[in-house]
Write a protein that binds this ligand. Structure first.
Ligand code: 5BU
Length: 267
C-alpha cells in the first residue's frame, strides 16, 4: 500500500526525509513495530535483528547495555538495519545541557555517526535539541529527536505542565521528529495526540499483547489500543525478544499494529 494512503494526514504534515523514511518502511513491511533490541551481547543482538528485521519498521537500541560492544560489531548492526531500511534509534534519554549533550553524542560510542534518532528529556531546557543537531552536523549527518512527553513506567513525573511544555517546545523545533508517549495508557495517549496535533510522531513503549504490569514498574497496554489512540510506532522489547519464537511474535505485533493503523485511517 502507498504510504500516503495509509498514513493520511500524518504523511502530508510530516515531510522531513527521516519521517518519510519511517512511514515508507512501515508501509512496506506492514508493521509499526520498533524493536527494542535489549540484548547484552553483540551476537545475540545481531541474530535477533537479522531474524525479525523484515517485520519491523524501526530498530531501537541501548548501546550502553551491550557488554562486548565494539565499533566493528556495531557497524554490522547498522548494516543489518540498512538491509531492511530501518531507522536506527538510540534510546539514550539525554538530559544534560546542550554542549555536553553534543559531546555525549560523540564519546566512545560515536552515537551521532550511526543513530538516526535519539531520545531526550527537556528537563534541562530546549538547547538539548540543538546539542543533538550540532553533533549530527559535526559528522555530516542529520537525525531527529524524540522528546519524552510521557513515560510508560509507574510513578513517573512526566505529566501536567511539564509534559505540556515539552509538547509546546517540540512542536516548534525542526529537529524534533516527535514525542515518546505512554503506550500503556490509551487515554493518556489520546490526550497527548490532542496536544501534539498531526505534525509530529508519537512513539510508544509499554506495549505488549499481554496487557498488565511488567517487571520493576513497567506497565503494558495493547498495541491496537495504542495505535487507535494516536501512536505511530509501537516500541516492543520483551514481547518479541523474550518470546519462545521471536519471529512469530514480531509478525503478531506487526499484524496488530498494521491493522490498527488501517482501521485508524479508514482504508
Ligand atoms: P519492554 O521489554 O517492551 O518493556 O521494553 C521497553 C523498552 O522501551 C526498553 O528499551 C525501555 O528502555 C524503553 N522505554 C520504556 O519502556 N518506557 C519509556 O517510557 C521509555 C522507554 Br522513554
Amino acid at each position: 500500500m502507498e504510504p500516503e494512503t495509509v498514513w493520511g494526514e500524518r504523511w502530508r504534515a510530516m515531510a522531513t526525509p527521516i519521517a518519510r523514511q519511517y512511514m515508507t518502511t512501515a508501509a512496506r513491511s506492514n508493521s509499526l513495530v520498533c524493536l527494542a533490541a535489549d540484548k547484552s551481547r553483540m551476537s545475540d543482538l545481531l541474530t535477533l535483528v537479522r531474524s525479525v528485521g523484515p517485520f519491523l519498521a524501526a530498530l531501537k537500541t541501548h548501546v550502553d547495555v551491550v557488554e562486548d560492544w565494539t565499533d566493528e560489531g556495531w557497524k554490522e548492526v547498522r548494516a543489518a538495519a540498512d538491509d531492511v531500511d530501518l531507522l536506527l534509534f538510540e534510546d539514550r534519554k539525554f538530559a544534560d545541557i546542550g554542549g555536553i549533550t553534543q559531546k555525549q553524542m560523540h564519546g566512545m560510542y560515536g552515537i551521532a555517526s550511526w543513530a538516526d534518532l535519539v531520545t531526550a528529556h527537556l528537563i534541562s531546557g530546549p538547547d538539548i535539541v540543538d546539542g543533538c543537531m550540532a553533533a549530527w552536523a559535526d559528522v555530516g549527518r542529520s537525525g531527529g529527536v524524540l522528546l519524552l512527553a510521557q513515560m510508560s513506567s509507574r510513578g513517573n513525573l512526566l505529566a501536567g505542565a511539564y509534559s505540556d511544555a515539552v509538547v509546546a517546545h517540540g512542536r516548534e523545533h525542526d529537529g524534533v521528529m516527535g514525542f515518546i508517549g505512554n503506550g500503556s495508557r490509551p487515554e493518556e495517549l489520546r490526550d497527548l495526540r490532542g496536544r501534539v496535533g498531526e505534525g509530529r510522531m508519537i512513539w510508544t513503549p509499554g506495549v505488549n499483547l499481554a496487557v498488565g504490569d511488567g517487571l520493576m514498574g513497567q506497565r503494558y497496554g495493547h498495541p491496537r489500543d495504542a495505535v487507535l489512540a494516536g501512536s505511530d510506532a509501537i516500541i516492543v522489547g520483551s514481547g518479541i525478544h523474550k518470546a519462545e519464537d521471536p519471529v512469530a511474535a514480531a509478525k503478531a505485533y506487526a499484524d496488530a499494529s498494521w491493522h490498527a493503523l488501517l482501521e485508524r485511517s479508514g482504508v
